[in-house]
Design a protein around this ligand. Structure first.
Ligand code: AKG
Ligand code: FE2
Length: 863
């Protein structure tokens, strides 16, 4: 027995309710368990395996919630910048820390010490306070939702209610922490009022606005005690939740960080700051601010070092009254219609206690009805037509959870057309007996006619989209483009196809609208300007992307200008294949909104902007693969597929690392070092076969693909992550080469050497990375195909970008003999892939463009 719980019953069948009851009856809390010296945690504390598995894939980032210095806050010069910091933190993170907040360190330490004394006193004394009766002014318990949650929390809590401060009977408070709690309560109330004053001003309201709404009338201290946990990776201190009240001020002891906030789908530690307090916005403040201030999800992990002590002070308004709260009138306008219903605080509190913490989000219950919400979305059209420029900074967001609210947390399928009707699909967990709140919001527009086959694919796509959106990518729209035939022609359409977003903003509505009325022609008669990115991806079977839409010309992307005016920044399209048929069944299009930038700028730093979109795209790329696969679909970058032989390439492609590759690469690297000094060279990179090299011949039109048969890049350029050159290089890594396309692709087909004085003249179908190359101002290109005696049949393509000296390229031509001499000297193990030695006469194919946008090629000899 451990603390009254028979841990051994794990092995002999498991009666969870009985175990919970036994644990509760010990009245000794989690500390009672640890005091008995247990080494394994009882099963009621072990999180479900799916949850634990997800945890292991969770990455960590270095970002920190803002720390705001409140010193001198009453002086007007100082107040302004602080207000701005508070506003940004509350609108983006919903969390920040404050220092110099006016509560003396002795009061903070006294509070922590009081909580420690209470928990570490004689257990019999503590038991007197053990209660689940919420009317008691002070009570002790382990997890308020113990009998409703999937996992019991590894913590004990002492709650002291100051809901009616004048009436509090001091004798109700435990003697060991009475004075410290009363002292802390006095100070924290003053700070709460100060913060609500700042938040009122940040919302553009009078300082006293929120105070006059009685948001700080009454508060409760939840004093948490998290004992050291013998198996912290299996347990959770406080499960993921958002705080239901208006505002929370959290004091934590300094020994170990345990509080984490959900940020971009990742859990981020909130490191204790000496003398600091954590502030977070609660659900009610999000509601009354009409969604402007953000109530963010957070949790406290179990730790091996302990005890961790924290004191959460909740300002939840006059809990016992019938006061009604709704979005503040001043914050509602035609452009920003009310997002939430009014709520009576008594009803609100009752709902909170009727549900387990992990399943409850107060806001989900009070979102406006779908019809009202839809009309708000449609109003975006009018707003747009009145102020066309406005959408460029489309930051106004409407939460799609409004849909979910109406459908009571069910997946929503919206049918539009003449008979608009709503159909809902059950997301009830079978047998779970309670509604599982979907963490994302997904919906689909269904056209009147649907073939069975179409429905089947749609179901699979929907399933993938749901998973993709689950990774919590802010401000990203994903939509599916499916083929259709009409009038004997073949098109791609997204009208009536699944799409998913995590937030709804005007830019999204508009982009979706443009796309729904634009079909891309994709049959063999389609010309380049008709294909657009989805069309090209569908035909080539290869992904395409751009971190900045402006890199595309209007010809590359017919909806470019519309997309830009909707505030879209990053773009990516992925081909989707049926696993069995290996046919491209459509294209998934991802667009990333500029609002993403704005958030990230506030939170990280200015310079990371461009990088972020590239990272987002990479992230999407890698994740989508996994998600498509779970839906029995795939896209091309499947490195686990066996390599396929493409015989007509006449190259052995089953790559084996001969160990000599590193030596061969060193030779190339050294040669690049020598070349670095020549003024005519802009950039150089080497393409080498990779372990994952793969040639696939399964695309709809039979194009031969060589996937990522790539590469290490050695270049001479400033490693500025936001430069067009960096974007070009990242794109080279990210995208597959198509045999026969671009210069390197042509070389893969023939092993010849190529020279092109103006690669920017290629169309995007002829050279899929041309938009990146144009933006990096790469014009003159020379590329040569080599083999090294150190690595047998492996080929190496060296690609050089020269600085243009004159329009006819003559100046660059004159550089080639020099280049070949350096290669001959430096690349001792190499010969040209067509057989000759470096230094012998080299035949180079030159590509020249004609006035009509076509091009010719000629053979030239060097040396
Ligand atoms: O202990 C902590 O750090 C977090 C506690 C918390 O989030 C809460 O009580 O709402
Ligand atoms: Fe919380």
């Amino acid at each position: 027995m451990a603390g009254g719980i028979d841990v051994a019953s794990d092995e002999q069948g498991y009666d969870r309710t009985e175990m919970l009851r036994a644990f509760d009856e010990t009245k000794a809390g989690v500390k009672g368990l640890t005091d008995s010296g247990l080494l394994k945690i009882p099963r009621i504390f072990v999180r479900p395996s799916e949850e634990l598995a997800q945890e292991s894939t969770c990455k960590k980032t270095q970002v920190q919630v803002p720390v705001i210095d409140l010193s001198g806050i009453q002086d007007s010069d100082r107040r302004k910048p602080v207000l701005e910091e508070v506003r940004i933190a509350s609108e983006t993170w919903g969390f920040f820390q404050v220092v110099n907040h006016g509560i003396p360190l002795t009061v903070l330490d006294g509070m922590i010490d009081g909580v420690r004394k209470f928990n570490e006193q004689d257990v019999e004394e503590k038991k007197k306070y053990y209660s689940r009766d919420r009317t008691r002014g002070a009570r002790f318990y382990s997890s308020h939702d113990l009998f409703m949650s999937r996992t019991a929390s590894w913590r004990d809590t002492l709650t002291i209610s100051f809901s009616d401060p004048d009436q509090i009977d001091h004798n109700e408070l435990p003697a060991c922490c009475r004075d410290s709690a009363l002292e802390y309560s006095k100070h924290v109330e003053i700070l709460g009022n100060l913060l609500l004053g700042l938040l009122s001003e940040a919302l553009g309201l009078e300082t006293d606005h929120l105070k006059n709404m009685e948001c700080t009338q009454g508060h409760r201290l939840h004093c948490h005690y998290y004992p050291a946990c013998p198996e912290p990776e299996l347990a959770m201190g406080t499960t993921k939740h958002s705080d239901a009240g208006f505002l929370t001020i959290l004091l934590q002891n300094q020994i170990v960080s345990g509080l984490q906030v959900l940020y971009q789908g990742q859990w981020l530690d909130i490191q204790p700051v000496p003398g600091g307090l954590v502030i977070n916005i609660g659900d009610l403040l999000q509601l009354v601010s009409n969604g402007k201030l953000k109530s963010n999800e957070h949790r406290a992990i179990a730790t091996s070092i302990g005890p961790r002590i924290s004191v959460a002070c909740f300002f939840s308004g006059p809990v016992n009254g019938d006061k009604v709260y709704g979005p503040i009138e001043e914050l509602i306008s035609e452009e920003n219609p009310a997002m939430y219903k009014e709520v009576a605080i008594s009803e609100y509190v009752a709902k909170f206690f009727a549900t387990g913490l992990e399943d409850y989000r107060a806001l989900d219950y009070y979102k406006l009805m779908i019809t009202e919400f839809l009309s708000a979305v449609m109003a975006a059209e009018e707003i747009y037509s009145i102020v066309p420029g406005e959408l460029e900074n489309c930051q106004d967001k409407y939460s799609i959870s409004a849909f979910a609210e109406h459908l009571e947390s069910k997946l929503c399928l919206v049918s539009v057309g003449t008979e608009a009707s709503y159909v809902s699909m059950d997301l009830l967990e079978p047998g779970a007996g309670r509604i599982r709140r979907p963490s994302n919001h997904f919906f689909q527009l269904i056209p009147a006619t649907l073939t069975n086959h179409g429905t089947f694919i749609k179901e699979k796509i929907k399933c993938s989209l749901q998973r993709i959106i689950e990774c919590y990518i802010d401000d990203c729209l994903v939509q599916f483009w499916a083929p259709k035939t009409a009038g004997g022609r073949c098109f791609l359409t997204t009208s009536g196809q699944p799409f998913a977003v995590d937030w709804l903003c005007k830019g999204f509505c508009w982009y979706r609208k443009h796309c729904s009325s634009h079909d891309y022609l994709v049959d063999s008669e389609a010309n380049e300007a008709e294909l657009g990115p989805p069309g090209r991806v569908f035909r080539s079977g290869l992904p395409e992307s751009s971190p900045d839409l402006r890199l595309y010309s209007a010809k590359d992307y017919p909806l470019r200008n519309q997309a830009l005016s909707c505030g879209i920044k990053g773009y990516m399209a992925l081909p989707v294949f049926d696993l069995l048929g290996q046919n491209c069944i459509g294209v998934l299009e991802f667009v990333v909104f500029s609002a993403e930038y704005i958030n990230i700028v506030n939170e990280v730093e200015e310079g990371l902007k461009g990088q972020f979109v590239v990272l987002t795209l990479l992230f999407l790329l890698s994740n989508s693969f996994v998600f498509l696969q779970t839906a029995d679909l795939r896209w091309t970058l499947n490195i686990n597929q066996p390599c396929l032989e493409a015989s007509h390439l006449q190259m052995k492609r089953n790559y084996v690392d001969h160990g000599g590759q590193q030596l061969a690469l060193n030779e190339i690297k050294q040669m690049f070092e020598v070349l670095k000094r020549s003024a005519q060279l802009h950039l150089a990179q080497a393409w080498i076969p990779s372990k994952n090299s793969l040639i696939v011949d399964n695309t709809p039109n039979g194009t031969i693909l060589m996937e990522r048969a790539i590469l290490k890049v050695f270049v001479d350029y400033e490693d500025d992550y936001n430069s067009p050159t960096t974007h070009f290089l990242k794109a080279c890594k990210l995208h597959s080469l198509i045999v026969g396309k671009g210069i390197v692709g042509r070389i893969l087909a023939t092993c010849e050497s190529f020279f092109c004085p103006s690669i920017s003249n290629f169309s995007i179908t002829e050279y899929p990375l041309v938009h990146y190359a144009r933006s990096a101002r790469l014009t003159v290109s020379f590329a040569i195909c080599l083999q090294s005696s150190l690595t047998g049949d492996d080929i190496y393509v060296l690609e050089f970008f020269l600085l243009p000296g004159s329009s006819d390229g003559q100046y660059s031509w004159s550089f080639l003999p020099f280049l070949l001499t350096i290669m001959e000297r430096q690349l001792n193990s190499f010969k040209i892939a067509t057989g000759q030695l470096l230094g012998e006469e080299l035949s180079v194919k030159a590509i020249e463009f004609c006035k009509d946008n076509g091009f010719d090629s000629f053979n030239y000899s060097i040396r």
